[in-house]
Structure formats: C-alpha cells, structure tokens
Write a protein that binds this ligand. Structure first.
Ligand code: NAD
Ligand code: PRE
Length: 312
C-alpha cells in the first residue's frame, strides 16, 4: 500500500457533518483509495455527489459496506442497531467496522450482537464538531489536533485498533483508548450536561420572554450568546445522546444540581467570600484549559478524578 494509504475502500454510512468531514479529510490526505458514500435521503445523496465527497454513492447500507475495508457509521446513536443489522450480511471478512457516536456503551450494545465474528468492531468518537449538520457543514480539518477516543472491546484484534488509530491520526487527530463505560462518564460532564444546560437556559429565557412580553431574546448580551451557541445543535442527535447515556448524564446532573444549590445559598445569604473563592478557582481552571489547549495530547481527561468521584 502506498505511503499514507490506510485502506483501499472506505464506506461512510451517513454523510452529515461528521461523515463528510471524514470524507474530506481522508481524500485530502490520501488516506484511502476509494470512498463509498451512503445516506438515506436521495436529496442528501445528490448533494454529497455535487460536493464530490465520494467515488461511489448509494442509498443502500449493505451495498455501501460490500467490499469495504473500513466501514464508519456516522448516524445518530439511536440508529446504530439498524446500521449493524443492515450491513452485517454484506461485510467482507477482516473488515473494520466503526462509528463516531457521542455515546459508546449503547452503541456497543446495539451493534456488537449483529456483527459477524469475521469482522473487527472498533467503536470511536471524535471529540470535535460544531452546531451545524449535513454534508455542507463538514470540514477537512475538523479533526486536526482534536481527540478521537477509541473504545475497543477486550478481545478486539490490536492490529485492527492500530489501523483505525492510524486513520484518525492521518486525519490529524490525537488518539486515546478507554473503556466505553469510562468514555460515557467523562463525556457526560464534558459535553452532554453542558449541552443540556445550554438547551435549558434558552428555553428559560424564551419562556420568560413570553411571560413578561419583554425582549429577553432580542437583547441577549454576549454572555448568553457565547454560552448558548451549542443550543443550536441538531435535535435528533442530542435526543439520542440523552436517551442513550441516561445513567451517566443523570449522575453528573445530580452533582451539578447540588453545586448549583450551594451557589444559590451563597447568593441568598450574601456569602461574598464563598462566591469570590469559587470564581477564583474556576477562573484558574478555565484559563488552564485554554492555555493547555483542550485537545492537546498532554491534556488530561480528568479520568481518574471523575472515576474516583463517581465511585464514592
Ligand atoms: N455534530 C457533532 O458535533 C458531533 C461530534 C462528534 C460525534 N458526533 C456523532 O456523530 C454522529 C453523526 O452526527 P452528525 O453531526 O454528522 O449528524 P448529521 O445530522 O450532520 O448527519 C447525520 C447523518 O445520518 C443520517 N441519518 C439520520 N438518521 C438516520 C437513521 N435513522 N438511519 C440511518 N441514517 C440516518 C443522515 O441522513 C445523515 O447522513 C452522531 O452519532 C453524533 O453523536 C457528532
Ligand atoms: O463544538 C461543538 O459544537 C460541539 O458541541 C462538539 C462536541 C462537544 O461537546 O465538544 C459535541 C458532541 C460531540 O460528541 C463531540 C463534540
């Protein structure tokens, strides 16, 4: 295989923000020889063709998976089982099957039982995205210097894990491996709960606007705007994330609510020192995240801290 080439045929099931970013990055960096694009709507498939995202196009998942060395599902996590069932009969022996879902335990549960033992299943999650969706939203450099977490099962062939890692590294990502359980706990606090809070505060502001007939939304200042960018994210994707990472999200939300109540008390009882101390600590943490570069390889996922806390 030519230098830089990781696979001959890459099949992309789903060609939205994440799938089309993979297509663009893999093509631009010469990581695969051919790309097969699958999506369920003829209009999106036509758009993918216009954008030149692949070499072959189909609406049929099994047709796409046939003869592929690597198949990556980039669909809402709730559709994972449907994908596994559809592609399973068409997969060639030795193929790598992966995904990009924001939740990992549920994806493993949905997909693993349907995949033949002759293929290698290596679930993955690039920690990179935007609030936009669809094939036009993809970016060739979306994964550069971002983390991609792989959650292989204990009996997964290390060579397959290494091949998928090489593909993600080839797209510019830093690759980390962890268990699906640990992934779901970490992402609940770093990604899922923040999205829930953003969705919620926009809802609260809108409700307030309706009740008082004031202009809450119209005059929302920089803080609200910065804080709520992610509330514009895709409703299907986020509905599925919350339904499929229920336990970890509820665990982190419980902790968040307790901390919020503590803040509420400080305000109620005029505990200025308490507020000042907390804001001083959080400012230092937030600044260190920016200084380190959130996605730099040295950054720590805080996994030990979170795991230790969750076990208490
Ligand atoms: N958007 C992000 O920031 C981000 C980041 C990392 C991972 N992810 C994960 O990537 C996956 C795809 O997200 P995206 O942002 O590319 O979404 P998207 O909406 O841009 O694209 C979704 C694709 O999946 C297809 N699809 C939707 N429902 C389907 C179904 N029921 N059956 C088959 N195909 C279906 C759509 O036709 C489209 O091709 C999700 O699992 C999400 O959790 C998203
Ligand atoms: O930047 C954004 O818009 C994102 O929400 C990206 C983000 C995140 O929370 O960091 C969202 C979901 C993914 O699973 C991975 C990345």
């Amino acid at each position: 295989m030519a230098e830089g080439l990781i696979a001959n045929r890459l099949a992309l099931i789903g060609i939205g923000l994440i799938g089309s970013s993979i297509a663009r990055a893999a093509r631009e960096r010469g990581l695969v020889r051919e790309i097969v694009v699958q999506t369920r709507s003829p209009a999106t498939l036509e758009r993918a063709k216009e954008l030149g995202l692949g070499d072959h196009y189909t609406l049929d998942m099994a047709e796409a998976a046939k003869d592929a060395d690597v198949v990556i599902a980039s669909v809402p996590v709730g559709a994972s089982e449907e994908v596994a069932k559809a592609i399973a009969p068409a997969l060639k022996a030795g193929a790598i099957v992966s995904d990009v879902g924001s939740v990992k335990m549920s994806v493993v549960r949905q997909m693993a039982p349907h995949l033949p033992s002759s293929v290698h299943f290596v679930p993955a999650h690039p920690i990179a995205g935007t609030e936009h969706s669809g094939p036009d939203a993809g970016l060739a450099d979306l994964y550069v210097n971002r983390w991609c977490i792989l959650t292989p099962l204990p009996d997964t062939d290390p060579a397959a894990v290494e091949k998928l890692s090489a593909l993600w590294r080839g797209m510019g990502a830093n690759v980390e491996t962890m268990t699906p359980e640990h992934h779901d706990l970490v992402l609940a606090i770093t990604s899922h709960v923040p999205h829930l809070i953003a969705y919620n505060i926009v809802g609260t502001a809108q409700h307030l606007g309706e009740v008082t007939k004031s202009e809450v939304i119209q005059y929302s200042a920089g803080g609200f705007r910065d804080f709520t960018r992610i509330a514009a994210s895709d409703p299907t994707m986020w509905r599925d994330i919350f339904l499929h990472n229920k336990d970890a999200v509820l665990e982190m939300l419980g902790r968040f609510s307790e901390d919020l109540t503590a803040l509420q008390r400080m305000i109620r009882y005029g505990d200025g020192n308490g507020l000042f101390d907390l804001f001083t600590r959080t400012r230092a943490i937030r600044r260190s995240i920016i200084d380190k570069g959130q996605d730099a390889p040295e950054a720590d996922f805080g996994r030990h801290k979170i795991a230790a806390k969750a076990e208490t």
